[in-house]
Design a protein around this ligand. Structure first.
Ligand SMILES: O=P(O)(O)OC[C@H]1O[C@H](O)[C@H](O)[C@@H](O)[C@@H]1O
Length: 449
């Protein structure tokens, strides 16, 4: 596909190995596209880019422009799939120095995040920082019952009401949640907040192209129509049943082959710190989709060249259980060039006239060859440009490959039963009614702490 390419030339995988997977991939495609596989009540995201309701897009944009008028900052309250997609796209596209620019010189509201952990100092500082700014809040929870965002929203709701009054707060808070179920739905209806629905058949980690991601991104000035168009181009392209022509399926098949060879850790590497949250989003997508029943590749991430000075050693030389997937933006037009220095004390005059992008690209080429020679196969995803359209392609590429890959692995890629274990323990330890017996067992076990 124009805009996104998968290069398997450094993966060590032969075309014949991919060819051997043709039938399995076709079966997985069939299950995913026609909804006959495990977890088929959560595949609403598969055809979403093609069937997106444009009346909903109009509503998202209308709400976004209403809130953009009102705020300098938008606080997005959510965890996991309810915030990672927004953060991934927003941070990839925003000015990386945004945090030190003066608010009055900014064109777009800045997104701050809450409810994605339980740390107190962060929340105190966040609430303190809001006082000098105009604030709106988008609280996002599919279940409407997740503890972290629910606690954060309690605090932000009372902050907003104290500051703007009940009526004023209502104008500035939007809830994105289930259409009928959950505490957030009840609260939003009772308070009269504007709401957006997360459809039943789309799980959190596949929800970035629903109002979960599109509303906050539109408020922050991202071209969400372009994002969706990119996803739609990917959707059309990846309907192709030919494995040899379908880069998305080739990615799913390649990681399966490597896993079978004992490469049980996949590191998503990039050469641009703006992509850090693309990696975080990808880790949730693959970690929750595949890590179950004692199976699945462990998804990890690094940022180069920064982490070449830390994790690079392990990747080059440590246990040979790793493969890397490099996410490379191939737009090499750079204007920031290294200058000539008369004394040349650092010996870097040989770089004079080269742009930072060119140098970064050579870092990529050098690392690729070194890691491959060291026994770490590399897959390379080449993204032509870092803009909303290409990110839309990339998001859908990863989503569909994940569904296919999960079916190739033989798991249900659309549930996450393992996440409940910590929740149950935390509730018991906090004294939630109904958990008394479990609490006693846990407290006995904690005596060793
Ligand atoms: O949107 P919510 O229902 O609040 O869920 C937020 C997140 O937390 C859960 O525990 C799941 O593990 C995630 O898949 C989900 O994205």
């Amino acid at each position: 596909m124009a805009g996104l390419k998968l290069n398997l030339n450094y993966s060590g995988i032969q075309e014949s190995q991919l060819d051997n997977m043709k039938e399995m991939v076709r079966a997985a495609q069939q299950m995913l596209e026609s909804g006959t596989g495990a977890g088929n009540d959560f595949i609403g995201w598969v055809h979403l880019p093609d069937q997106f309701d444009m009346a909903l897009m109009d509503r998202i944009e209308a709400c976004a422009s209403r809130l953009r008028e009102k705020c300098d900052v938008l606080v997005v309250v959510g965890i996991g799939g309810s915030y990672l997609g927004t953060r991934a796209v927003s941070e990839a596209l925003r000015d990386p120095m945004e945090h030190i620019r003066r608010f009055c010189s900014r064109e777009n509201p800045v997104i701050l995040y809450a409810g994605h952990h339980l740390e107190e100092r962060y929340m105190e500082n966040l609430l303190g920082a809001l006082d000098d700014l105009e604030v709106c809040v988008n609280v996002i929870s599919k279940s409407g019952t997740t503890t972290e965002p629910a606690i954060a929203f309690r605090m932000l709701k009372s902050y907003m009401e104290n500051r703007y009054g009940a009526e004023g707060a209502k104008e500035r808070i939007v809830a994105t949640t289930d259409k009928a179920r959950g505490a957030l739905r009840t609260l939003a209806d009772e308070q009269g907040y504007e709401t957006f629905v997360i459809e039943d058949d789309i799980g959190g980690r596949y929800s970035v192209l629903t109002p979960v991601g599109l509303l906050p991104l539109a408020i922050s000035g991202v071209d969400v129509r372009a994002l969706l168009e990119g996803a739609k181009a990917a959707y059309m392209e990846y309907l192709n049943p030919e494995l040899s022509d379908n880069q998305c399926f080739r990615y799913a098949a390649a990681r399966t082959i490597l896993q079978d060879q004992g490469k049980v850790v996949e590191i998503l590497a990039n050469y641009d710190p703006s992509l850090q949250y693309i990696s975080e989003w990808w880790k949730q997508l693959y970690g929750e989709s595949e890590g179950k029943d004692g199976r699945g590749i462990f998804p990890a991430s690094v940022q180069f060249s920064t982490d070449l000075h830390s994790m690079g050693q392990y990747i080059q030389d440590g246990r040979r259980m790793i493969f890397e997937t490099v996410l490379l933006v191939t737009d090499l037009e750079g204007s920031l060039k290294v200058t000539e220095d008369q004394q040349d004390l650092d010996g870097l005059n040989f770089l004079a006239g080269k742009s930072l992008r060119e140098i970064n690209f050579k870092a990529f080429e050098g690392t690729l060859l070194a890691h491959v020679a060291g026994g770490t196969p590399n897959l390379v995803i080449e993204l032509e440009k870092l803009d909303a359209y290409h990110l839309g392609q990339l998001l859908y590429f990863f989503e569909k490959a994940c569904g296919i890959s999960g079916y190739l692995l033989g798991v249900n890629p659309f549930d996450q039963p393992g996440v409940e274990a910590y929740k149950k323990n935390m509730f018991a330890l906090l004294g939630k009614p109904g958990y008394e017996a479990h609490r006693q067992t846990l407290e006995a076990a904690l005596k060793r702490l």
